[in-house]
Design a binder for this molecule. Structure first.
Ligand SMILES: Cc1cc2nc3c(=O)[nH]c(=O)nc-3n(C[C@H](O)[C@H](O)[C@H](O)COP(=O)(O)OP(=O)(O)OC[C@H]3O[C@@H](n4cnc5c(N)ncnc54)[C@H](O)[C@@H]3O)c2cc1C
Length: 458
């Protein structure tokens, strides 16, 4: 009886009917979430499917990895974000394929979700380019889990150095970051500050002067896509703060104890890989045309050629600008793509034809560390230093989803700024992450001493 009552109470204007379009969105990241939010007032029934129950603000992952922010500050439950909208259902599931004949999405949990319109927005994954040892030994940085794992590992390395100073000769405090794009630059700068300002005080018995942060980039410049002056500024700033910047150097292999640059092996237990992404592997399972990096080929309205009811947005889509260049894999492209697809769905309901998606570049920015950033705005305006840093802070704060996250991030930033402290330096499951020690004797590696575990966060 309860059930009958609650069904009858479902608002008639949002109750699913055969006439209402069923829009299934796969992925609740920047693109998928924005699309769901844009469609909440439309006469459609939306199912947002994600393998995680939360949305992650990836641009601040490096701050979680360097103990500046708690993970909860940059992630938010999808159900909490969308709970006020009767026409949106959130489904926790991993999509593994699409049954094109029956118009159903297939999930790893063996469910099928029928759709009239399907929007694929599963983003990108780390690409290791098949370099031997990298996938096994590198720390990627694309999720809160990975950021937490890296944070725990960095702290565990210091615990190890404290317990056994001889490990410094084995590179336990050498941190190699590969990839000189914004993430690599931001992470290298933040790691140097964490070590120099915070861990130095936490570990007074450790010879922190011997800690190294090495940033390796294959091209002859940092921050590809930025202007020369911003690239030079990032290079000079990082160097002045103690980062060893290696330009024109390529990683050709990695092991538990080192990173091979061909002419030199850097002895280290920490390789962070920010050097490449490829489309989410779901793209490979759909039988659709793809680019070299796995992105799904789309028409200029972001629909899949020959399948006007299927759209692809964000990092997964191979959208192109007027010159034929692929759109950058950035949050703004994903969000603008979402707004465009919402508009296309409205046009279709009105019997109108498709319009092309035009990405509007509103500028690019990267932070290098405390009081240091570079910002480039279309039209040639360039900012650097403290002003650029404040612009970077303000924009990222404004882009975070929800007031609670903004407040949490702002308060943690403010505390870090005035106190030079890092509030989130907790180790979570770190003991499993330390690579085994190789003493060169050929005998089995010595076990890593246990490290304290603290579990107080997500
Ligand atoms: C460390 C880092 C820093 C970045 N910094 C910036 C920056 O400063 N500025 C900027 O513009 N961009 C930045 N980016 C890039 C930006 O985050 C991406 O371009 C953006 O997230 C792409 O949005 P999306 O919706 O395509 O994918 P995502 O936001 O990655 O979302 C994909 C979603 O799909 C879900 N998913 C994946 N596979 C499945 C599946 N099989 N089934 C169900 N769900 C699935 C995931 O859980 C996720 O929620 C950064 C990225 C990283 C990793």
């Amino acid at each position: 009886m309860e059930l009958a009552q609650s069904t009858a109470a479902h608002p008639p204007d949002t109750a699913p009917t055969a006439a209402r379009q069923r829009v299934v969105i796969v992925g609740g990241g920047f693109g998928g979430l924005k699309l769901a939010q844009d469609l909440v007032d439309d006469p459609v029934d939306i199912t947002l499917v994600d393998r995680r129950n939360f949305h992650t603000f990836q641009p601040l992952l490096y701050q979680v990895a360097t103990a500046m922010l708690d993970p909860g500050a940059i992630a938010r439950s999808l159900r909490a974000i969308l709970q006020d909208h009767d026409n949106v259902a959130v489904r926790l599931a991993t999509v593994v394929g699409v049954d094109w004949e029956r118009s159903e999405v297939r999930t790893a949990e063996d469910d099928r979700i029928p759709f009239d319109v399907l929007v694929l927005a599963t983003g990108a994954v780390t690409s290791h380019y098949g370099i031997p040892g990298v996938e096994e030994h590198a720390f990627p940085l694309k999720s809160t889990d990975e950021a937490l794992r890296l944070r725990s590992h960095v702290l565990a390395c210091f615990e190890q150095a404290d317990a056994d100073p001889s490990l410094l000769d084995e590179g336990v405090l050498t941190f190699v970051v590969v990839g000189g794009g914004p993430t690599g630059v931001e992470l290298a700068g933040a790691l140097t500050e964490l070590i120099g300002r915070v861990l130095r005080k936490d570990f007074p018995r450790v010879d922190v002067e011997r800690a190294r942060v090495v940033l390796v980039e294959a091209t002859d410049h940092l921050l590809g896509g930025f202007g020369r002056s911003s690239q030079d500024n990032a290079y000079q700033t990082l160097r002045s703060r103690g980062v060893e910047v290696r330009l024109g150097e390529k990683v050709i292999g990695a092991s538990a104890t080192g990173v091979d640059l061909g002419h030199e092996i850097i002895t280290t237990r920490t390789l962070v890989w920010t050097a490449g992404v490829r489309a989410n592997p779901l793209a490979d399972a759909l039988g659709l045309a793809q680019t070299a990096g796995g992105r799904i080929v789309v028409d200029d309205d972001l629909s899949v050629p020959g399948r006007p009811e299927v759209y692809v947005i964000g990092d997964l889509a191979a959208g192109r600008d007027a010159d034929g260049g692929l759109h950058p894999q950035m949050a703004g492209v994903a969000q603008q793509g979402a707004v465009h697809v919402a508009r296309q769905l409205r046009r279709r309901r009105e019997g109108l034809g498709p319009t092309p998606f035009e990405y509007k570049n509103k500028g690019i920015m990267a932070t290098i560390g405390r009081n240091a950033a570079v910002v480039e705005v279309p039209g040639g305006l360039r900012f650097r230093g403290r002003l650029a840093w404040v612009m970077w802070l303000a924009l990222h704060l404004q882009r975070l989803v929800g007031f609670r996250n903004r407040w949490e991030v702002l308060s943690q930033w403010a505390w870090n700024y005035v106190s030079y402290d890092r509030t989130a330096r907790l180790m979570v499951d770190a003991a499993d992450d330390l690579p085994p020690r190789d003493d060169g004797s050929g005998s089995p590696p010595r076990p890593v001493p246990p490290v304290p575990r603290t579990r107080s966060e997500v």
